[in-house]
Design a protein around this ligand. Sequence first.
Ligand code: ADP
Length: 395
Amino acid sequence: MRVLVINCGSSSLKYAVIDTAERRELLSGLAQRLGSPEASLTIKAGGEKLERALPGAEHAAAMRAAYDDLRARGLADGLAGIGHRVVHGGQLFSASVRIDEQVERGIESCVPLAPLHNPPNLLGIRICRELLPGLPQVAVFDTAFHQSMPAHAYAYAVPWAWYEQHAVRKYGFHGTSHRFVSARARELLGLRPDDHGLVVAHLGNGCSATAVRNGASVDTTMGLTPLEGLVMGTRSGDLDPAIVAFMAERLRVDAAKVVDLLNKQSGLLGVSGVSNDMRAVLAAAEGGNQRARLAIEVFCYRLAKHLAALAVPLGRVDAFVFTGGIGENSAPIRARVVAWLAVLGCRLDPARNAVHGRDSGGRITVDGATCALVVPTNEELAIALDTAALVAGKN
Ligand code: ADP
């Protein structure tokens, strides 16, 4: 089955055409800087890359240009459905769903929880409906996989009215990746579907870790928003919440501004002062930059502490799983984290750690030790597979 996968952001539109039978990407595209004179569309297919200027284009014009290109390549006709990445499904959605009016209203009702993400996600859905009427559309939520968390994991210890009246609780994100990667790790390790415990670390620009017991998320590091938990490229992760009021007063700004700084000027970028990109921070550390070294140490130490904490709901950890741009590609970061996890019986095999990565997942610890392994993620494929299953009526 051929599926169009859409990830519609505030000023960007990412898409891919996936052949679900072959689990293969046929084409991918990225429209960026939408709404500005520099708007452009980049298309990758068959090893070739093509870039087109689309000055002033908004989402609808970009989607039309993308669709015209798909038609010209003969990729539009056989499409069986469209899968949309939707960031927040609140407490309404615990799995992917076929989109109808009621589902759209549900996504709309979650806008207060993700004001920057759900509106462009909805826009993508509406544009596709106009452009490709009659083609089934599916919503795949970042939060859905974590709806299986028990109340003692998702409840914050705050006045209960905050939860009842304002839906303040832990939701968790990156669910599509955690679900895909944990299922793959279980297969690779030959674990029983009804008896396994995995801790998955998704380390990209955003980072989160999840405890997966018997195929279900039982706890995760991100919270009401993707700011909680691990140190990330530009996000702080956990901190004393009193810092928000303290810095608002010091900087003479409001709380929203401080939260913005915690989202955009913190994490690896904040500590290193070099970059939010792990490759650049590693290079600076290599060159002797002390703050870059500290940023990496803070990143790895905090990550290891969270991974160890996520063993609690599992009782037994069959494996720690690394994925995402950093998790798949950075052997030094994995080595540092595994070293911290010696307390839980992990012992790195440097030779294995050096060879495993994006192209070949696999074990990176020595035989007999607690297992850590690399499993490449593929969120587009996961979205396409959900879409294909729902379109075929299998879910
Ligand atoms: P996103 O979360 O936007 O999907 P990715 O999963 O691609 O992003 O992860 C991006 C991160 O992966 C960046 O911090 C980047 O520096 C890091 N990364 C990619 N390749 C390497 C590498 N070889 N070594 C270290 N970090 C890497």
